[in-house]
Design a protein around this ligand. Sequence first.
Ligand code: PGA
Length: 241
Amino acid sequence: MRIIIVKDYDEMSSKAARIISSQVTLNPKSVLGLATGSTPLGTYKELIDLYNKKEIDFGSVKTFNLDEYYGIEKQNEQSYHYFMMNNLFKYINVPLENVNIPNGNAKNIEEECLRYESEIEKEGGVDIQILGIGANGHIGFNEPNVNFETRTHLVTLDERTIEANSRFFKDKESVPKKAISMGIKTIMDSKKILLIASGEGKAEAVEKTIKGKVDPKVPASILQLHKDVTFIIDKAAASKL
Ligand code: PGA
């Protein structure tokens, strides 16, 4: 486990973007595992910047996102499809046929979860998975009291997650209660993991993840058992370490 403590959000973002960019330079056909939320936004901005400076070429990469809300259209502004398109994909040269995000609106959710897993497998697995962390210790939408053995599956969102994500919706009631998420097994199968965290609100989750015991109550704590995981944490998020 490598822990890099940086000054602030901007430094976290540029370091994370440099790591992703090195990965793509070393292997232009990299399979990137991507995340949504406020934390990776700065990283995506940096990646767009590196792309504009011709320092990175996404022409052959494949991407798999961690999760998507259940029962939401791709075109919906709250969907993670929309988020990824408008915060990254439309500004870089990744071919859209190389982009994968669970279909939260699939008729048969079980089939969709299996399809998603088999697509990841077909590409030889994720080379580097970017993760944020919830204040409750979740990764993807794998909420506290997680089953560490799960693969992509339908999850019920934790009350704290609904509360946290309500900032993107008109009110708390409008936040979907379910989502499709890569499971812990899917995440742990990634060859490398890069977890980024910023702000005091994440300090407790970061502390439990790194210093606590591996515990389903803190889903991210499982990362202690991954053989190639890097945490980039700003000072505020690292304040309880
Ligand atoms: P955030 O979400 O980046 O919006 O804080 C992180 C997460 O819930 O995984």
